[in-house]
Design a protein around this ligand. Structure first.
Ligand code: VGL
Ligand code: ZN
Length: 194
């Protein structure tokens, strides 16, 4: 089932160098998300549908970093190369950027957490989102689940997400959880045929 084109936005989650191979928290094979996301971004923009891109944007002393007692190595520190979008990602003109995790004392996996993403979508008349990016088991999961909690129709592009998989199967479990919460799992081919 195709999402209603008139009211659906594309939300690209955290396709940043630190989540790509070679990055501080690199997702194995993570660059495979870029071609399908580029294709969908271009198709959404051509159809006049909103494209939004989230960024993990941490200060150097962020609470999620090990030095502060958090679980992660330093990553996506504002202004660093790791914070930058992957070089191959092509965001259409007019893409709305959503920064999260910007406060030292609070983490934010979800693109909705502490941001104006929900308000932006509402003001654009969106009742649904199509989600892809990194990482399946963290920020994609949290964004998709929060989208459902916001009452949005949520479609997750299974060929345009990649998992950290700290425990083997984390990505697959996250996808199952998203489906259980009412997200539609499909491929970029279904939504944006090549
Ligand atoms: C993420 C771990 C820490 C993500 C962000 O974007 O999935 N994962 N910060
Ligand atoms: Zn982070």
């Amino acid at each position: 089932m195709q999402p209603d084109p008139a009211t659906t936005a594309l939300v690209i989650v955290d396709v940043q160098n630190d989540f790509l191979p070679g990055g501080a928290l690199g997702v194995p094979g993570g660059d495979a998300v870029i071609p399908p996301l580029n294709r969908c971004a271009s198709a959404f923009a051509a159809a006049g549908r909103p494209v939004l891109a989230t960024r993990d944007r941490h200060p150097p002393d962020h609470c999620s970093f090990r030095a502060q007692g958090g679980p992660w190595p330093p990553h996506c520190v504002d202004g660093t190369e790791g914070f930058a979008f992957g070089a191959g990602l092509v965001l259409p003109e007019g893409t709305t950027l959503i920064d999260k995790g910007t406060r030292a004392d609070a983490d934010a996996y979800s693109g909705f957490d502490g941001t104006d993403l929900a308000a932006r979508l509402r003001s654009a008349g969106c009742t649904g989102i199509v989600v892809g990016g990194l990482a399946t088991d963290y920020c994609v999961r949290a964004t998709a689940l929060d989208g459902r909690a916001e009452g949005l129709a949520v479609t997750v592009l299974t060929d345009a997400v990649g998992a950290v998989d700290i425990q083997p199967g984390d990505g697959e479990r996250a996808l199952a959880e998203m489906a259980e919460a009412g997200c539609t799992l499909t491929t970029s081919e279904e939504i944006c045929p090549a």
